[in-house]
Design a protein around this ligand. Structure first.
Ligand code: CU
Length: 121
């Protein structure tokens, strides 16, 4: 019995510490457009959802074209504390990349990219 306790207590602590870290870091759980999506419109609404609250004022969303040039993006206020929203208008057909960087409430920064293609008439 003592042996059993000797094993489970440290394991339980490790599990708790691990899950706390996982929840503290803001991970992207959903994006619109989805990664590698094809959008049939020159106007694209971007929505990035995270698994935890983020500091929206210290989080950024940037858009670049296939050549890596920055593309104007209008960042919008999100109703949810775990979401970033932006709109890009007048996009020419081609490949684009969303670069996001978010600050989670624990002070940790995470970042990533979402690629999509505009193919509109
Ligand atoms: Cu963290």
């Amino acid at each position: 019995m003592t042996r059993f306790f000797g094993w489970t207590a440290p394991l339980a602590l490790m599990f708790l510490a691990g899950s706390q870290l996982a929840f503290a870091h803001a991970m992207l759980v959903h994006s619109s457009p989805a990664d590698q999506a094809v959008v049939h419109s020159h106007q694209v609404s971007i929505a990035l959802s995270y698994d935890s609250r983020i500091e929206t004022r210290r989080s950024t969303v940037k858009l670049t074209d296939a050549a890596g040039r920055p593309v104007p993006l209008q960042v919008e206020h999100s109703a949810k504390p775990s979401e970033l929203n932006a709109v890009a208008r007048g996009l020419a057909n081609g490949k684009y990349q969303i670069h996001w960087q978010v600050l989670a409430s624990d002070g940790h920064i995470s970042r990533g990219d979402v690629t999509f293609t505009v193919a509109a008439q």
